[in-house]
Design a protein around this ligand. Structure first.
Ligand code: NDP
Ligand code: OXD
Length: 309
């Protein structure tokens, strides 16, 4: 009987119950401890410690519970011969789409400013702009960034995407490669980060990007915290280059209590909730991939370790 270990920091029961129903003929083990030294074929996990996977005999595939897999690529975590399959889940995609659109629309329609006015009983109509008068740049055109760019274009925003290899999305202007990042940001009113964290994307969004944007802009970060240079972001907000930042991800999580983002009036802090992996949408994806693998098909969504995502 094949064995799948589910090792999560949250309660594994919703996962193990669904997996057990979907994978008859497989033993579902609810933690590394419960495996108790026995061999296993697969693990579904987020951040195992170094050496933990090395100690499991027979492992064939590591399924990540997260879309972002930088923790699995850390030294000594996943033995080099094992494929890592990242999470590509319609629930994650839809959750991120909703969260990003909520931020962009709230900023575009001045909802946060009207909320402040309402608390002061201040009846004043602010200048409104039409969607086509705003340019939004999405960094990353993958499983999450692609649908978001499509949706923003569908709402009428002048939409751009920036990625490594370029994207072909109807109605969206595409830029590719590091050399074109500042060009892509030039004249943007909002920048939405949905890049994975790799050596190439660390500290990527900083002063050069903010200076290229139109004044009074928006930064939305749903990707990873270390892609944005915190000090440059605060300087851009203080100088009015940006009028709002909606941040779901941070260099250190939970965000330390003394971090200046907490107190900044133009920073909206979210506790890494933009898109959550729900077992009811994620389990069918894992099961289809795993059964396909057992039937001899190539695994889908395998991480390219050289690229880092
Ligand atoms: P994908 O791998 O599908 O897409 C990644 C995109 O980033 C691709 O378009 C890729 O370009 C681009 N990219 C990667 N490296 C570079 C680079 N050096 N220069 C330019 N473009 C680059 O990832 P997903 O869309 O599924 O997820 C993106 C990230 O979102 C995850 O890695 C994770 O960090 C984050 N995330 C956050 C969540 C949250 O709740 N806050 C939830 C889920 C994910 P190309 O198309 O050329 O390959
Ligand atoms: C993910 C995340 O990468 O939750 O899935 O950030």
């Amino acid at each position: 009987m094949k064995r799948l270990v589910v090792a999560l920091k949250s309660n594994p029961t919703p996962w193990t119950d669904l997996l057990a129903r979907s994978l008859p003929g497989h033993e579902i083990v609810p933690s590394f401890e419960a495996l108790d030294g026995r061999p296993a074929d697969y693990v579904l996990t987020g951040k195992p410690g170094p050496g933990v996977l090395d100690a499991i005999p027979g492992l064939k595939v590591v399924f990540s519970v997260n879309a972002g897999i930088e923790a699995l690529l850390a030294e000594g975590v996943v033995p080099p011969h094992l494929p890592i399959v990242r999470m590509v889940d319609p629930g994650l995609r839809d959750g991120m789409l909703e969260w990003v659109l909520a931020q962009v629309l709230a900023w575009h329609r001045n909802l946060f400013l009207y909320r402040e006015q309402d608390q002061r009983r201040d009846w004043r109509q602010l200048t409104e702009r039409l969607a086509f008068e705003r340019t939004v740049l999405v960094l990353g055109a993958g499983e999450l960034g692609g649908p978001i760019a499509r949706a923003l274009a569908g709402l009428g925003f002048a939409t751009r995407v920036w990625s490594r290899s370029g994207a072909d999305i109807p109605g969206v202007t595409s830029f590719a490669g590091r050399a074109r990042l500042v060009e892509a940001a030039t004249g943007a009113d909002a920048v939405v980060n949905l890049l994975p964290l790799t050596p190439d994307t660390t500290d990527l969004v900083g002063r050069a990007v903010f200076d290229a944007m139109n004044p009074g802009g928006l930064l939305v970060n749903g990707g990873r915290g270390a892609t944005v240079v915190d000090a440059d972001l605060i300087a851009a907000l203080d100088a009015g280059r940006l009028s709002m930042a909606a941040l779901d991800v941070f260099r250190t999580e939970p965000l330390p209590a003394d971090h200046p983002f907490w107190a900044h009036p133009r920073v909206h802090v979210y506790p890494h909730v933009a898109a959550l992996t729900h077992p009811r949408t994620a389990v069918p994806v894992v099961v289809e991939n795993l059964l396909g693998f057992e039937a001899g098909k190539p695994l889908r969504h395998v991480v390219d370790r050289a690229r880092g995502y």
